[in-house]
Design a protein around this ligand. Sequence first.
Ligand SMILES: *[C@@H]1O[C@H](CO)[C@@H](O)[C@H](O)[C@H]1NC(C)=O
Length: 650
Amino acid sequence: MRLRDLSPSAALLATLLTAPELSSAFYLPGVAPTTYHAGDTVPLNVNRLTPVGSNTDGQLRSVVSFDYYHPAFHFCRPENGPEYVSESLGSILFGDRIMTSPFELKMMTNETCKTLCDAKKFDQSSAHFVNRRIAQGFALNWLVDGLPAGQLIEDEVTNTKFYSQGFALGSSDDKEMHMNNHYDILIDYHELAGEQYRVVGVIVQPSSRKTQGDGSGEGVNYQNHCGQGGPPLTLDENGETEVKFTYSVYWMPSTTAWATRWDKYLHVFDPKIHWFSLINSAVIVVFLTITVVSILLRALRKDIARYNRLDSINLDDLSGTSAVIEDGVQEDSGWKLVHGDVFRTPGSPLILSVFLGNGAQLFVMTGFTIAFALLGFLSPSNRGSLGTIMVLLYTVLGFIGGYVSARVYKSFGGERWKLNIALTPIMVPGIVFATFFLLNLFLWAKQSSGAVPFTTMLVIVGIWFLISVPLSFAGSWVGFRQPPIAPPVRTNQIPRQIPPSTTYMKPIPSMLLVGILPFGAIFVELYFIMSSIWFSKVYYMFGFLFLCYGLMIITCAAVTVLMVYFLLCSENYHWHWRAFTTAGASAGYVFLNALIYWVTKLQLGGLAGSVLYIGYSALISFLFFILTGSIGFFASWAFVQKIYGSIKID
Ligand SMILES: *[C@@H]1O[C@H](CO)[C@@H](O)[C@H](O)[C@H]1NC(C)=O
């Protein structure tokens, strides 16, 4: 799978999306290649430090990240202090904090053992802090010309070399932690015609070197800092340690073209296994779905034929002919019996319609996001573009949310239309935002850089109230002006009695049974999405994701329809909420999966890490609940309309 940085049309779209007024606030780097001449300064920016899995057991020990210039790290600052590099909204939301650095890289100029700044003194508490971060496997994230500085890793299965993102803050041997304080920066450049050069790869080989001698006196008096074989640096937790930071830069010619420079970062560990498990689950899911649909169709065809035949027999009865009743069919049974009740207004129609409106909004947003990604628009060099697109789409699609919610509410015969208009853009986003805000309090308390700055929060609230809410109101207005979706049969005045249901038709067992199938469709992909969220890896397998999303929609619709069919056959007509919650039950499995992932892949020490992890997992599961619930509901609604429309009722 090849990935281009950006195709021209996508670049145009990107430019359109970031209209001139916005372009200073939200900027999309990596849209156009930068060309350098020999000796030109190539920027090296620093991003937050992120936890990556430990290299011994692959487990993640933290989910918070830290600013590069967190005082305890004592990293060298640029002379006039670090400055923020402007970023896209999505990139800020997803935790990027990119700042300038004092490194000086000159295109095509090899330099060895440059000193970054005066030696720093680590006191006991900083030493303790840094040693803990080394033990947790934190990595430094640098960006050279927008490209992450990585380490060269060899995949033993496929025998290919690729670049990891980020490199280790330090290493540990039996007892001691060694902080890396010397960096060999290896940059691949690609030569164009006319002595022009582009950066196409960055590797950093960090090492730990004890700072010996004293830095006082004339010519700096440190010994053996850049040579090989000196003892490693250990930060003393019971005293003061002096640390000097140095770096060397090597420029290597490369044949990699600029357009494909991201390929070596985007490594699929054994793509065969990935394809295999995906196709495996796809085959099972498709097979099950086809079985379900064919059983259902056959049963329905028989039912409808029977009902309509019965009807004609009854007519014959009336006209006086002695009718012989065939097949032992005495009277109506099954789902036809509840025709006078299936379209009865469900309980809490307001809440249901608000959920459904938001579900439709999420559904279209997810579809568009994956489509954009497939078109190569969300290139990883476009930092945070995924987040930005999601926020923008969700905002703009407020119209759809309002429209669907209003139309559904009107069809349910709801009367409190003002409340419906107000709640649609406020309830679900409000829940999401409130949770997000509370979780951020934890990050603020931990002084983590992952905390979304207060100003960004205000920007989001602003976008929400200024764009999303009015659009949703407009959608509701249009929706309420449309005629309601008319049921094909009349609803009786008096509700029917519902006979007691069998065990597997009870809410909880049916939720457990039905929910697992849509979950099965996305299970494989979910693993990769989780590791990209928590291990800060780039997610780019949108082809897989597209397939999974399609499978999930199909299974979700098919199994919910089947459940509703059985429900109606057992003469229970309360299908509205049942369809919604049963389809939404797959979110329960998503949450359960997150918990299992927590136990097996993460070793989070403190309370804050666990609260954050559980909180974000619950939030994602909640959105997933609304999404799948809405898919199940709309499929069932269409189904119910269809079957009751195809029988004759006297
Ligand atoms: C820089 O040094 C590396 C390794 O010693 C060498 O391969 C490369 O050609 C040098 N680059 C330049 C521009 O001198």
